[in-house]
Design a protein around this ligand. Sequence first.
Ligand code: NDP
Length: 311
Amino acid sequence: MVVIANKGALERALLPYNQPMSARILDGKALAARIRSEVGAKVAARVAKGGPQPGLATIIVGDDVASQVYVRNKRKACEEAGMLSFGYELPAGTTQQDLLHLIDELNNRPDVHGILVQLPLPVQIDAAAVQQAVAVHKDVDCLHPENVGLLAQRGREPRFVPCTPAGIMRLLAEAGTQLAGANAVVLGRSNIVGRPLSLLLLNADATVTVAHSKTRDLAALCRTADVLIAAVGKAEMVGGDWIKPGAVVIDVGVNRVEDKNAKSGYRLVGDVAFEEASQVAGAITPVPGGVGPMTIAMLIENTLRAAELAD
Ligand code: NDP
């Protein structure tokens, strides 16, 4: 007698035989480089016509190592695109009042077109109050409630699209993903990734399900996804058997796992178990080299947009 434990187990057992698939790798690094050089050319043309150089102010509070790396990369990309970069590194003990004072100053500076406050912020600072303090036309991360509202309401023209979700949509477009009518599952509901991304996918006519830590049977839900986006921050949580054969998988997660062979003692992995997932998916983003570089490219694009809004 043959006992089939469940359908997923059967599919898994059959995978090596009927799905010899190896996913197409969606190269975010290459696409981001192309976008950054296009933005750089637009900036050069703007400056040649006598227009002001776009300027981005980045603020980091405290000494979170990962945040410092992200911000350093953002500043570098900004300068490489011919933009001005104004960096503010504030001590961990900075008060909310001091931070709001700095934002007010930057809101009023004509050479600063975009303001980015790197998250997370120390506990004494209310992130929502800070995000609301950034002038709406300088809000390149799109976290001000007015800008989120423009993104959320049907028929509105958003002022900015938040960087990571915008980068994911560009990757999906580049991959030629058919979103209209597709089942899209977004794992994670944060303000910075999951929520705005679900709105963008909805605007693109996908049928969107947003999952989170209280969702029941995530694996079964994920297996319904034609497009699966993982943004949870849990190393390799999404296994190959969570993925519908042929699905497009976007891995947003950036997680450090111990690796004794690496010089640093760790390596970066996503929320998706890449090796097994790429045997099942039709297309997949790597970590690193997928969504991360796209986030930076979109920030540069948003900064140019902010400068154009100020013209
Ligand atoms: P948050 O911690 O703000 O949100 C995580 C989300 O995942 C929450 O909605 C949470 O649910 C959900 N979640 C956590 N654990 C589980 C679980 N076991 N099952 C189901 N859902 C779960 O993270 P972010 O959105 O800021 O970031 C997510 C990941 O993406 C991180 O690894 C981060 O480093 C990375 N990231 C990468 C970027 C890039 O450019 N590559 C940019 C931004 C983030 P609940 O709401 O119920 O708590």
